[in-house]
Design a protein around this ligand. Structure first.
Ligand SMILES: *Cc1c(COP(=O)(O)O)cnc(C)c1O
Length: 421
């Protein structure tokens, strides 16, 4: 469910014409809907209503824009961060440190120090050497770090290989079979307060069964850890719930179905449950608005060359991701089209042979469901400036990240004076 709708033949985001945004800001540009964000937060929270005080920590990597984070902070969400940069961005946007959890396999000493200074809620540790380092850093600051171990449950999430994280061969978490030994070692580290268990098996899951299998393993582990004398108070069930991208495919399980499953599986765990949703909160709240530069004949279908490219929206080239592509003002006809960007890579392809609105040079198109893992993955390849972002609320809208001038790229480099000597 989103707030991008056709009224009078053209697409509006809430009450704002996409055409007006393109006119004022130029293209390509990401456009986010506040109403969709708050609707998704509400739906997710309602799905967990039977749990006691769950911590919903938005996965910042899905969309770290300050205005998006501030919107979510205003609705009481915490943050799941995977770097010192994300941590500082979340705090700067108003997310309280005591609602922040720090995930990731490669936390550095410096990042640990920043997180300890701010007083975050929990570190999710991913290895024994990391536990040892965190204990030392905490001790050197006269603190104890609240930690959970992220368990690798060896469950196949059934999603794309590049977004699966819970198989034993993936880099994430500690092996399930070694968990008791790892927890015993962590208990002996004086800088740590071992409070929980965490799991996150992947992203864009379209089936609840792998999640249920992973959570069931976490529940069993909590029992065994308590028998071994650990005081387990939190269980972080990660993120991963999928969103609909292709309207021709079955819709992924709803947050309500997820919430029912979680409520059933975690009955009697007697912990504070934590969640790290990313995509399900922001995915459908964003679209990438782009203009057709020209249409060129192709062997099997016309190439629609748009001014957005793989540097703006990487998901199709990185994960073979599918985004619905719609004309902002559809003329009525449809035609099979190859939609590509201007970057000099064959991978800069958004869709091949796609049945879609017929478009011509100068028309606007919207890549739907681009609010998650969109702008956050943008880069400057081919010396293209970073993509700007706009947030809409009702009839109001604002640029929440401006398009940098090309001079910023040029001036960012420096030429040492010994070149050309
Ligand atoms: C990426 C990530 C998430 C969010 O995943 P979604 O599929 O966007 O919900 C949550 N937790 C961790 C540890 C992650 O790496």
């Amino acid at each position: 469910m989103d707030h991008f709708e056709y009224v009078g033949g053209a697409m509006l985001v809430e009450q704002v014409p996409m055409e007006a945004i393109a006119e004022a800001v130029g293209t390509p540009v990401y456009v986010y809907s506040t109403a969709t964000l708050s609707r998704h937060v509400g739906v997710f929270r309602d799905a967990l209503a039977r749990l006691d005080n769950p911590l919903i920590a938005f996965a910042v990597k899905a969309n770290p824009n300050a205005a998006v984070l501030a919107t979510l902070a205003g609705m009481g969400l915490g943050a799941d961060v995977v770097s010192g940069g994300e941590l500082l961005r979340a705090i700067a946007a108003g997310i309280p440190a005591d609602r922040i959890v720090f995930s990731g396999v490669g936390k550095t000493e410096h990042e640990m120090r920043i997180a300890l200074e701010r007083g975050i809620f929990q570190f999710n540790l991913e290895s024994e050497p990391e536990a040892e380092m965190l204990s030392q850093v905490a001790l050197s600051m006269g603190r104890r770090a609240a930690v959970a171990y992220r368990i690798n449950p060896d469950v196949d999430a059934g999603t794309h290989a590049k977004i699966s994280t819970g198989k034993s061969e993936n880099k994430f978490g500690i092996p399930y079979d070694r968990a008791l030994a790892s927890y015993a070692a962590a208990r002996d580290l004086p800088g740590l307060d071992v409070q929980g268990v965490a799991v996150h098996i992947g992203s864009q899951l379209t089936d609840l069964a792998p999640l249920e299998a992973a959570f069931t393993k976490v529940g069993a582990l909590i029992g065994r850890l308590r028998e071994a004398g650990h005081d387990i108070r939190t269980a972080d069930l990660g993120g991963g719930l999928g969103v609909p991208y292709d309207p021709a495919l079955p819709v992924p399980p709803s947050p309500a179905a997820y919430g029912e499953m979680v409520t059933r599986v975690t009955q009697g765990w007697n912990v504070r449950l934590m969640f790290e949703p990313g995509r399900v909160i922001v995915g459908n709240a964003g679209a990438l608005l782009s203009r057709v530069i020209r249409v060129k004949e192709g062997a099997n279908a016309p190439f629609v060359i748009v001014d957005a490219a793989m540097n703006d929206l990487l998901r199709p080239s990185l994960y073979d991701a599918w985004h619905d592509i719609r004309a902002v003002r559809p003329a009525g006809a449809r035609v099979a089209s190859n939609v590509v960007g201007p970057v000099c890579e064959t991978g800069d392809t958004f869709a091949m042979g796609r049945d879609m609105d017929r478009v011509a040079a100068g028309d606007l198109v919207a890549f739907m469901t681009a609010g998650a893992y969109g702008a956050t993955m943008a880069g400057t390849y081919n010396s293209r400036p970073l993509t700007p972002e706009v947030l809409v609320s009702g009839d109001k809208w604002a640029v929440v990240r401006a398009r940098p001038p090309i001079e910023a790229l040029i001036e960012g480099d420096s030429i040492p004076d010994w070149i050309g000597d």
